[in-house]
Design a protein around this ligand. Sequence first.
Ligand SMILES: [Zn+2]
Length: 526
Amino acid sequence: MKDLQTVLQDWEAVIGLEVHTELTTLNTKMFCSCPIEFGAQPNTHVCPVCLGLPGALPVPNKAAIQSIVLAGLATNCEIMKRSMFYRKNYFYPDMSKNYQITQGPVAFCMHGSLELEVGGPAAKERSYLEGTQPLGNDGSGTVTGYMTRVGITRIHMEEDAGKMIHVGGSSGRITDADYSLVDYNRCGTPLIELVTEPDLRTPEEARLFLQKLRQIYLTLDISDCSMEEGSLRCDGNISLRRRGSMEFGTKTELKNMNSFKNLHDGLTYEICRQAEVLETGGTVRQETRHWEPGAKRTITMRVKETADDYRLFPDPDLAPYDLSVEFIQGVRDRLPELPDAKRQRFVSDFGLPTADADNLATDVILSAFFDKALLAAGSQAVALAKPIANLLLNDISAWLNASVAGSEALMMGPVAPEGIAELASLTVSGEISSKQAKEVFAAMVETGDSPSVIVEARGLRQVSDSGEIERIVLDIMSQFPDKVTEYQSGKTGLIGFFVGQAMKATSGQGNPKLINKIFTEKLQEA
Ligand SMILES: [Zn+2]
């Protein structure tokens, strides 16, 4: 098979995504008051409504509708004042009522979009740049990045099915299982499905889109968005067409891409597979395929001869759902600052480099911590922003990665935003070196003490007394007269040797900047 880069020179990939997200931060299910709880004893969170027993009447969960409206507003959708719930009829044992409640042609959220910024090596995957906005170039005219807009067809509300465990057999599928177990706890969990327009052109764009959407949902706090536990699931539709052609080719639907890497790799494989089929005179079948990350290939799951017939019709138990202007405005008022706006603020208000601002703004917990630390820094906020960002992105991130408690531990743990602001301030003022700052940080984690207490107790203060440093400098110069002569005859690289000697003399507590400055002065004078 040809590689992606080669394939994309002749072919244009047309990719659309369907993203299912469970609203895991809600307390109760979509149409009943059963609790939502991952990992509960099987079949303990069920009732006549979510099991669909005759005569049971569903009542929509208002909090779930607030969540989907939040998602719609954050993705530039139009919020529909009237939409309806429909029944999608099919039989499968994980759904005891034999239909799923979903939405029809009009969903709560319609016609949205997200802007994507694609940069770095990934920008090269889109080897042509029609319809995109170039962002800078490398000087020779080659574009190094671009902006592209991804249309969102709709976000609709539906309910999840139960969960099946297939026992026996080798594939873990129902077809060769000895028997299957079913757990209805997940039945009726509110799910939002976002469908994009076929606007994505490379696997990297698809990956970036899903990443951006996940960050938005996490910021909105409507789901824990765990791809591992299945609360965020993504399917892709892929077809190819010759470059320059406007007609769509036959598409396949790709499933089982439960990580960002799998999404990227699965789409890449499928694009290259379709190119090979087409280039050898074959035709792409309209089918659903399954990505196998271990074997690095996609395999046929089922062939669609015609569209599935779900006999979709309005649910007679549920009236059309009207959203008032006040309701929509109320949700709009609750919209938190989204990652893009946060990134811009970090750059314009605090002068952070774009890369740092991006890394912080896309992490809900780190960015909230950053804001708190800046608040604690008060009038020093602008001066301390970069050192605080460095601490967060290096020392604190490394500590969080190593700790079992996860990043939630950050806000309540021994490392408070006030302490980090103080640590940054001690470093900027030169009272401690950046090396000492690492030692202080480790001690903060261990003891929970504030940086100034630790610095005092351990005698860590950096030697910044220029009189004392001058004395040490002159002493070293008299110890190494040969080196002084060499330096003066042009071997200025010896400055490193001199500074090293002074650091040794101060047991590593000398201020290296100051030492460097005084040496340079004294060596030129001598
Ligand atoms: Zn229930």
